[in-house]
Design a protein. Structure first.
Lengths: 296, 296
């Protein structure tokens, strides 16, 4: 990874951790277990890609770093809640998350369900507050965009579509639609959020949304490629869930070579969408290059 | 029940059903199962008490009926999501809700978890939209109030406290705190919502909050009383969950006579909080009388 991209990622990740830590409730303030579970799930690391997109896009419009981090925290709380619920036995049934016991293992299933609910609810509370932006119209626009991306026509709808298509061979266009809902929409809103905060014109908002959608899909193809290559070279221990479930992926349908090519095209396309922006979009451009070359 | 109260309740309930029906996604529009489950859980009846509070308080300030119904729908979606998640096997494990199969029985556990998540998310999307109020500051204030009432310091926090206290004899003040979080806060915000929509002064907002808190607690005591009386006169078939779990209730601690007296005091106190309002608060006053005399 490019040195300056790595540094930028680490800076966002560190600042985000501090902001989330400050926003999250304290178990000592009479909200014991629920606060512990919310903190456990939120502060256990992760790539923090969505917050990175928000912070970088906010920079394009000279938005206050603190406001961008607050919005990025709200989005990361939503991403975190989705991971907590996805890991539940009735869903993907994963005991581990980021190398640690999943929330329902560390606590109980009930605590996992409720702490996910609490993080989702808290995200919208945070977004409604004046510290995000003096103009309440901007706050409403952020809430609308983020809620739409997370709900039945976004992340949650994609997650159910994914569960329903297990052991099913979806055609390519359906897989792309599924990915677009499941991860693409939240990527897009994360990147758009900086533009909303900066009251940027629609044209720039859609350029950033388009960038993030291409980036998200390229990211997903790279994930599938790393997974497929893993199954060929490893003993099977590292075989991921998609292969165990016999689920169709973009790579299993397109084949490795075509998928690699497709990821490169998407990355180039993502960078092209950034043409309206000057050198301040450098890290977003580097990110598009990085996602299709990363080894893990 | 007073004829005019009954009529007012039925009017709200009917108009709310139509509004929720219009707001909910259609399964035909490419969001199949998730839309079906959201509709199934939301449109299956219920007392619609929270929407009633919102509509009646909105009337005090001459707020548009349509806007009040939209906000009431958002609140009822949040109440509905909480019932879906509460009924899950990992939580209260109830197969029936309002005489119908619970959402996780009618569909699957995964669908129940996700449709609850979707309803919660959609509630905030609805509240962010201009149809609620032309002033985005009002929309943000509604979102802040409703999110705070539903989250870790409100409904979700109370629900976890409730689960954690099973088979435990909580002292009276802790039971009251639990009820305040679990149901009182959402009652309070439902009633406050009309005042927020009407840009009412703080004094009136807190009067309505205080009314709703007293009403909510009186309602809860009456529930416990009906339950306790049921266990003495019935065969046991109608014994409710609280007794089966050996859970302490306000009635089991105070005794039936004191509890009855307490409910009457709370109802009178609730009505007293409505002193600043004229005859337009008639149905709210009648509601306070009704909750402590109802037979079911």
């Amino acid at each position: 990874m490019d040195e300056s991209l790595l540094q930028a990622l680490e800076e966002v990740s560190g600042a985000l951790h501090d902001k989330m830590d400050a926003l999250l409730p304290n178990p000592e303030n009479g909200v014991g277990t629920i606060a512990e579970a919310m903190r456990y799930a939120s502060l256990s690391g992760g790539k923090r890609l969505r917050p990175f997109l928000t912070v970088q896009s906010a920079k394009l419009f000279g938005v206050s770093h603190d406001a961008a981090l607050t919005v990025a925290s709200a989005i990361e709380f939503i991403h975190t809640y989705s991971l907590i619920h996805d890991d539940l036995p009735a869903m993907d049934d994963d005991d581990l998350r980021r190398g640690q016991p999943a929330t329902h293992i560390k606590f109980t299933e009930a605590t996992a369900i409720l702490s996910g609910d609490a993080l989702l609810t808290y995200a919208f509370q945070i977004l409604s507050e004046p510290s995000v932006h003096a103009d309440p119209g901007v706050r409403c626009e952020l809430i609308r965009s983020i809620a739409a991306a997370s709900g039945f026509r976004g992340m949650v709808g994609g997650q159910l579509m994914d569960l329903e298509s297990e052991h099913e061979e979806l055609p390519l266009d359906q897989i792309i639609r599924l990915q677009r809902l499941k991860t693409g929409e939240l990527f897009a809103t994360s990147c758009e959020a900086g533009a909303i905060l900066g009251k940027a014109p629609w044209q720039m908002r859609s350029a950033l949304r388009a960038y993030a959608h291409d980036l998200g899909l390229a990211f997903q193809i790279r994930d599938d490629l790393l997974d497929a290559e893993g199954t060929r070279t490893e003993t099977g221990k590292n075989v991921k869930k998609d292969h165990k479930a016999g689920k169709a992926t973009l790579v299993s349908i397109m084949g490795i070579e075509r998928a690699r090519e497709q990821a490169r095209i998407l990355a180039a396309q993502a960078i092209k969408h950034l043409d309206p922006f000057d050198d301040k979009a450098k890290h977003l451009r580097q990110m598009a290059e990085y996602v299709v070359t990363r080894r893990g």
